[in-house]
Design a protein around this ligand. Structure first.
Ligand code: BDR
Ligand code: CA
Length: 309
């Protein structure tokens, strides 16, 4: 059983990562969720997290994190996730409690109070995590791994060279990648192979309460993905949770990752030292391959579980 904390900006694919984490209580002990300004403003993504957790009847503590990147103004992604940040489904007026603590203080308290180590799952810009590591370095001894969605070794999506989460807060990303902690990087190299097909999305319609929600989420997300040239939909953020549940369905290589923080064409580019020498510092496992069918099966299995609850 792994203790995990999820830091996210829901976000369609963030929502799917949360759903699959909640559907695996025998493997993942979800200690809490924090939000971060990214796909939409902190107000909107926190509202989305509340709606989703309310809908799922979850009992996981939730706290709102930073509104803005460390040094930059926030960029959001309405073109991918809509005006609410999680367009598609209609949620009725369920309410969900929000912690009084800031996201960073919440993460700190949860980590220090936990028995054993905690895995951080980071699904948005890395601002909360960078502040946590900088302001409270003592947490490092209690963090087992950071499993994150971000970056891409040979291409970007928000720009030619940069993936969205890293582009938004490159300084935070550099702090995290250079923290010395073991990191699993689910970047575009692998997440664009972790697609759900149109037929698989359609098959969810009417299957059950949570399947129907996912159908509505993915229908919007699939449609918005068309403008970027995708026919099927890459479920980026789910990779960071799927790796924790089934590492054997992924392949990757260790590297030392740096982030370009200049305000240039390369802002937010992640590049790696993959040289083989054993003496090299290579804390990041860069995921490169995934068994797509097994990945989708992980999602379907989670939905069968939640539809039956
Ligand atoms: C990442 O950016 C966001 O739009 C998604 O939620 C994901 O975390 C993909 O580049
Ligand atoms: Ca995200």
């Amino acid at each position: 059983m792994k203790n995990i904390l999820i830091d996210c900006d829901p976000g369609h694919d963030d929502a799917l990562a949360i759903i699959v984490a909640l559907a695996n209580p025998q493997k993942l002990n979800l200690l809490g969720i924090t939000t971060i300004g990214g796909n939409q403003t902190i107000t909107k993504v926190t509202e989305n997290a509340k709606k989703l957790l309310g809908f799922l009847k979850a009992k996981v503590p939730l706290a709102a994190g930073q509104s803005n990147p460390l040094k930059r103004s926030l960029k959001t992604a309405p073109e991918a996730h809509g005006d609410t940040g999680m367009d598609g489904p209609f949620f009725d007026g369920t309410t969900y409690p929000l912690s009084d603590l800031s996201g960073v203080d919440f993460l700190y308290e949860k980590i220090m109070a936990s028995e054993g180590t905690v895995t951080i799952v980071a699904l948005g810009p890395l601002t909360n995590i960078a502040l946590l590591l900088t302001n409270h370095p003592e947490v490092k001894g209690k963090i087992g791994t950071i499993s994150l969605m971000g970056g891409g070794i040979d291409h970007g999506n928000y720009t030619e060279l940069a993936e969205f989460n890293i582009y938004v807060d490159p300084e935070a990303a550099e702090i995290v990648f250079q923290s010395g902690l073991p990191i699993v990087m689910a970047g575009l190299d692998v997440t664009e192979k972790a697609e759900i097909t149109v037929a698989e999305i359609k098959a969810l319609q009417g299957k059950g309460r949570v399947s129907q929600l996912v159908y509505e989420l993915l229908s919007f997300y699939n449609e918005s993905g068309r403008q970027f040239g995708f026919i099927d939909s890459p479920i980026h953020d789910l990779c960071a949770v799927a790796y924790l549940l089934a590492p054997e369905i992924f392949k990757g290589t260790y590297a030392n990752i740096h982030v370009i923080t200049d305000e240039s064409l390369a802002r937010g580019l992640t590049y790696g030292d993959f040289r083989k020498s054993a003496s090299k510092f290579k804390p990041t496992l860069v995921l490169q391959e995934v068994d797509r069918q097994k990945f989708v099966e992980l999602l379907l299995e989670a939905l069968r579980y939640l539809d039956a609850v």
